[in-house]
Design a protein around this ligand. Structure first.
Ligand code: SAM
Ligand code: SF4
Length: 335
């Protein structure tokens, strides 16, 4: 079992398998994509497998694959299968934009992937294309359908809330009523600097605090005759309770969650490390401190990999202390 110096059990690792993507979300990636890097800067699939084997032996039981877009990484289904089969690994999940799910959902499910989080920040087709620079929202809807059809459980839809986007918040929340979809609203975080030149220029003023969001949605729901959002507890919330607070509409098949990365209650429950596609371990999303595990992996030195993990664990801060910006973009960190 791995514990950090603040007594938190750290058994979850988010692994970025690529910093590339088939979309270019304005707040995540510049239009031209990621800067060219030599092929061997990235961990190979074999190196990721080795890392998971060693991390599992050090007490990391839960893995989430992310990116960039994990489904654009060649060999992703085989990687999922191998991670699922790794002794000590209890659960494997993925965060994806959903675009490629219609073609790979069946294979991923058969490979043992249990759950997916699908990112979707607007329900408006034109705004979706604007945010992603060229995406088609119908591909994401098809991805959500495919995820439910193959039985991923839970299927979560993550929406970053941005005040100036004027999203249809009730429309998102309603997605949880007729199907077992767990819609989660995530506070916008000014991570990296993708909002610059051609971005939307979103700032901290665009962050809508959760309390405000919950009362906005409850009010809209009441006006629409849907009824109030009712709070759930850890037993009635979807698997992977994590840092979200969950609610539901009476009789709904899914739930509505709220994640406040900026409030500090999040830090006290932190259970994770992150690894970038280049094999850099990040103890905290909001710190640019990184620990290189790639060299140890390439040297085939299990003990050295364990000691990098231990160093990263020891460096986990108690909280982010109001530092919310990072030098790297989310696509480079692995969101
Ligand atoms: N491509 C996959 C996807 O979009 O789900 C996985 C990687 S993406 C970096 C993971 C998540 O990070 C997405 O839900 C995205 O909305 C979120 N994200 C990216 N930049 C963000 C930011 N500045 N603030 C909050 N969330 C952000
Ligand atoms: Fe790609 Fe996900 Fe970043 Fe959008 S949020 S650019 S889909 S990595």
């Amino acid at each position: 079992m791995a514990y950090d110096q603040h007594g938190r059990k750290i058994d979850y690792i988010r692994i970025s398998v690529t910093d590339r993507c088939n979309l270019r979300c304005l707040y995540c990636m510049p239009e031209e994509g990621v800067a060219w890097k030599p092929h061997d800067a990235m961990l190979s699939l074999e190196e990721i497998r080795e890392f998971v084997r060693i991390a599992a032996s050090a007490g990391f039981a839960r893995v989430r694959l992310t990116g960039g877009e994990p489904l654009v990484r060649l060999g992703i289904v085989d990687l999922v299968r191998d991670i699922v089969a790794t002794p000590g690994i209890e659960s494997v999940a993925m965060t994806t934009n959903g675009i490629l799910l219609p073609t790979v959902a069946v294979a991923l499910r058969e490979a043992g992937l249990e759950r997916v989080n699908i990112s979707l920040d607007t329900l408006d087709p034109a705004i979706f294309t604007q945010i992603t620079r060229w995406g088609d929202i119908n591909d994401v809807f098809a991805g959500i359908d495919a995820a439910l059809a193959v039985g991923f459980d839970p299927v979560k839809v993550n929406a970053v809330v941005v005040r100036s986007l004027q999203q249809d918040l009730l429309g998102f929340a309603r997605l949880s009523i007729d199907r077992p979809l767990h819609v989660r609203f995530i506070e916008y975080m000014p991570v990296g600097d993708a909002s610059g030149s051609d971005g939307l220029g979103w700032s901290t003023a665009d962050t809508i605090p959760n309390e405000e969001l919950i009362s906005l949605i409850s009010q809209q729901a009441a006006e629409a005759g849907i009824g109030a959002l009712l709070p759930l507890n850890a037993d009635t919330s979807p698997k992977g309770w994590g840092p979200a607070r969950y609610y539901h509409f009476a009789g709904a098949l899914g739930t509505v969650g709220f994640i406040s990365a900026l409030s500090r209650h999040f830090c006290g429950e932190c259970n994770r490390l992150r690894m970038t596609a280049e094999g850099q371990i990040r103890p905290c999303l909001f710190s640019d401190q990184e620990y290189d595990v790639r060299a140890a992996l390439r040297a085939g030195d299990d003990a050295a990999v364990r000691s990098v993990l231990a160093e990263a664990l020891a460096a986990k801060p108690d909280e982010h202390h109001d530092r919310i910006g990072t030098d790297r973009l989310m696509s480079q960190i692995g969101g």
